[in-house]
Structures are given as C-alpha cells and as structure tokens.
Design a protein around this ligand. Sequence first.
Ligand code: INI
Length: 167
Amino acid sequence: MNFNANLSNINSISGNFDAKNYRFAIVVSKFNEFITNALLGGCLETLAKANADNKNISVVNCPGAFEIPYLVNQLAKTKNYDAIITLGCVIRGATPHFDYVAGQVASGIASLNLQHDIPIIFGVLTTDTIDQAIERCGTKAGNKGIDAAMAAIEMASLSATINRSKK
Ligand code: INI
C-alpha cells in the first residue's frame, strides 16, 4: 500500500498464500464442462503451487451452477474444510433463464458466506457470450480458477489469523 499515514501500533491483519495446512473443497459444475474443466485445472495447479496437499482437497462435481449452493451448504456443515471454492459457467446467450441461474447462485453463495464460518469463494463465470467465457478460463483474460484458488488460500489464512487472535 502506498500512503503516508502512520501505521505504528495499528493491528494490521493480512493473509498469506501458503496453502500447506488448509483443507479445500471445490464444487465444480458440469454444465459448460469444457470451460469449467479449464477453471478446475487452473484452480488445482494454483493450490499445488501454493503447497496444498492433494489429500486435503475434495472435488465435488455437480450438474449445473444452480446446484452449487446446495452442495456448499452440505460441505460447510461438515466443518471439514478451511475454504470452499465454487467453479461454474453461466452464459447469457445460451439460456433464457440466465438471470435466474446466475442470480440464484450468486446470492446463494453470498448468503452461505455469512451463514457458515468458512470462506466461500465465487468462481462462477457469468458472461454474455461463450467467447467471454473462453477468455476467462485461460486465454485472453486470465483464468478465474486461478483467482478463485488464490482468494481461497488468502481467506483461509486470514480466517485462521483472526480466529487465533480471539480472546
Ligand atoms: N447451468 C449452468 O451452470 N450454466 C448455464 O449456462 C446453464 N444454462 O444455460 O441453463 C445452466 N443450467 C442448468 C442449471 O444450472 C441446473 O443444473 C438445472 O436447471 C437443473 O436444476
């Protein structure tokens, strides 16, 4: 951060990107599978680079993005995970009920984040076109699966730090 304020005595809390001791669940939907597979690849590679242990990663495959919140809720209730990552792809051009599916999954995940004591990461692409989805799963505009993994590690680390400092 680039500013001139005096930070002495301020308790500044930041996460780190070491995934070694964390357990992750990844819920990935099969709808638009050629896109979601690429998101999953980016996500798993990033977790591996950050020292996550494969034994601590569960991948749950579901039919479509609409089903993701239900599974996240089930997984969160087990308390077996330090972060849950969601990956999916909803394309406006491909469905007349885009707004229902995309809206439902986004608001479902947002409310589950507050209901459970586990960070839940939104890695669901919601795009107007298939080309925009392709751009976001490893071509022009990066890979949203990588971003989701990074966010999951940082949030697991932040959550651990905050909970360690509970009085
Ligand atoms: N599911 C998606 O993940 N992406 C889509 O683009 C999509 N479209 O186009 O309809 C989609 N529909 C399926 C939906 O998520 C549920 O699986 C289905 O309605 C059964 O509940």
